[in-house]
Design a protein around this ligand. Sequence first.
Ligand code: HEC
Length: 126
Amino acid sequence: MFKSQKIRFTLSVAALFAAALASPAMAQTKGDAAMGAKLYAANCASCHLASGAGGVKFGSGSVSADLRAPGLEKTYRHSNKLLLRAILTAHDEDNERLDQPMPAWKGRITTAQAQDIIAYLHTLHS
Ligand code: HEC
């Protein structure tokens, strides 16, 4: 990274941080749950269902004939860090690859969009 880029990056991070501090709502939940709901419906509901209940079966997949998409209604208990890792890189807390067909979303959605989805997942208590 060139020095000027680095400075610009540092400045934008500082600006984000200042914005988060300025707005109490943003400081609590980094993401925007309303945006996250839309992103979830478009990208995640096909496997994890609109309700987040999961259960879609992947039949004779390479991993296990019985693999189902897990429910996501309880994921609010996981840390944001773990959820970000699961969503962006499809890796779990032990840094093992989650079973296919869970995609790694890095490159398809931004980190900010993943934060929005996480904010939405936090609303799915059931
Ligand atoms: C093509 C199907 C599919 C799509 C689309 C998909 N997932 Fe998954 N997801 C899975 C499967 C299958 C697993 C379980 C993997 C495992 O058990 O190792 C999983 C696991 C997860 C986990 C880990 C759950 C836990 O309790 O450990 C999270 C979080 C998750 N998905 C979020 C998402 C989000 C957010 C999206 C949309 C951006 C998404 N998934 C899209 C199939 C999918």
